[in-house]
Design a protein around this ligand. Sequence first.
Ligand SMILES: Cc1cc2nc3c(=O)[nH]c(=O)nc-3n(C[C@H](O)[C@H](O)[C@H](O)COP(=O)(O)OP(=O)(O)OC[C@H]3O[C@@H](n4cnc5c(N)ncnc54)[C@H](O)[C@@H]3O)c2cc1C
Length: 577
Amino acid sequence: MGTKVIVLGGGFGGATAAQKLDKYLLNNDVEIMLIEKNDSQTYLTELHEVAGNRIKPEGVKVSLKEALEYTRVKIVQDEITKVDIENKKLYSETSEYDYDYLIIACGSEPAYFGIPGMKEHAFTLWSLKDAEKINKHIREMFKKAQYETDKQKRAKMLTFIVGGGGFTGVEMIGELMEWVDRLCKEYKIPRNEVKLSLVEALPKILPTVSRENLVQKVVNFLNKNGVEVKTNSMITSVTPDGITLKTGEEIPTKTLIWTGGIQGNSFVANIGLNTDKKGRIVVNKYMESSNPYVYAIGDSASYVGEDGKPMPALVESALQSADAAAYNIAASIKNTPKKELKLNLHGNMVSVGRRFAIAELSGIGGLSGYPATFMKHIVNMHYLFGLSGLGMCAQYIRDQFIDVPDKGKLSIIENHVAVTTNMFWLSLMRVFLGLMWIISGIQHIQEGWLSSVKLSAGASSAPMQNVPAWYGWFMEKFIFPHAIFFQSLITLSEIGIGLLLVAGLFTFIAALGTIFLHINFYLSGMATFNNWWYVITAIAIMGGAGRAFGLDYYVMPWLSKVLKHWVRRKKLKLNVF
Ligand SMILES: Cc1cc2nc3c(=O)[nH]c(=O)nc-3n(C[C@H](O)[C@H](O)[C@H](O)COP(=O)(O)OP(=O)(O)OC[C@H]3O[C@@H](n4cnc5c(N)ncnc54)[C@H](O)[C@@H]3O)c2cc1C
């Protein structure tokens, strides 16, 4: 029987560790098991978007089954309640599991620092359940406030406070800021009755962002949108009806969302391994705990690098420590040298609602506004692509932009982006475009494009005086000397693209080909302004028009499976970040 490796926790670190174990132990007889208490991975970094009604709860669920398809990893949905390190066993309410090696990837939980009433009365944002609870509560407050005649009670219901000005706190208040605008309209409550505050104990928010100008941009953006940012304001107690600050100020509220601190998962802190003050398992540079058969990664691990810097609780740390742990368990099984963790973090990104973000990225520098928002989406998709392939990226786009909860209540552009189009109608355009290409190709054959020179300075149908100088130079230098070759290439491409479009096969690529050909025709003077409909139609059909009455309906899911299988088995290196 093979060596048994169990990964406990299927979050960012755990899922990656399981994938990497399969890769590093490809030729070894091992049993790899991933135990996760939820039915999917929770994409924690987007929880504020669920809490603030930007995306639906499904938008933060990542299927572990899909991510680990074509690997040997067995996924078990169970909650482990006890770890017996001595006898190498894990226990849940109903089952027990033996292991030879264990990777603990159980994440972290909120820290309350003993603040009276915090644990009992504050909302936290650390699981999908938390996010859904916040979402429900905020809507509830608006529902009740609309009929409340007592001014003080109504004001308390409409005061929303986020405690902690780190990444999570800023992202949470940013979502609320946008959502309350929509809620005010829905429940007919004047916006100036709603109070939003971000309360931070330190002198500044976002302490891990080093560029002061970026932090100031966030503060300005929040202020401009009606959020009060209170720094130097430590929360000292919480009741069901309000909070008290160290300054003595009391703020009546029914809503405090606490994001002010994290600690290791308390379940992990009590299993008998060496832990730090925050209850995280102390590991060495190979991610080994005080027991050589137990490794810890991500938020569950406490690691201080050679530079003396502690590993921060970030996604990148989880992914890189997961890789190191998997590699070193494989090395231990194969008796090969281990490798130490060399953390290589690429920066920070913080969104403040749907339309504003800041980013501090190594190699790029500081970004703000739409470019930073764009980068955040790219990084999210990069992770999902690495974990699960193109399908998850497509789902991400759907969840973020199309299948959104507040459809119809967003900005004009966002509402229009969110309109779903019936692919049936676009398939008619696709077939028509395809036929036009085939006709154009046949005409070129009839005109002799395959046998006699048509593209030359004299014979070209292009009125050379309208051709941009650089493109004219390009034609003279490269096209005209090989006219028959390029004529044949163009003609066959036209027919090829046409056939693909009619069949609805590789529609995206055929649409790209359409755009490329048209731009060249236009630059060479062979196309008129009227021909731009080719490009517009090509863009319109890119979003999947081949899936209605087209072969893409069958080929794309099949290809996606084959690719995923190939990537997993070929051990293709897909680095995240
Ligand atoms: C709202 C929010 C926003 C964030 N934003 C960012 C950001 O923008 N950038 C960034 O880099 N980081 C961000 N983080 C931090 C980041 O999400 C964590 O650092 C990362 O998730 C750590 O990964 P992990 O694998 O260690 O733990 P997790 O991803 O938390 O995974 C732990 C898993 O273990 C499972 N588990 C726990 N106990 C058990 C048990 N007993 N039995 C079975 N399963 C168990 C859990 O269900 C969970 O799936 C954010 C976190 C939050 C909450």
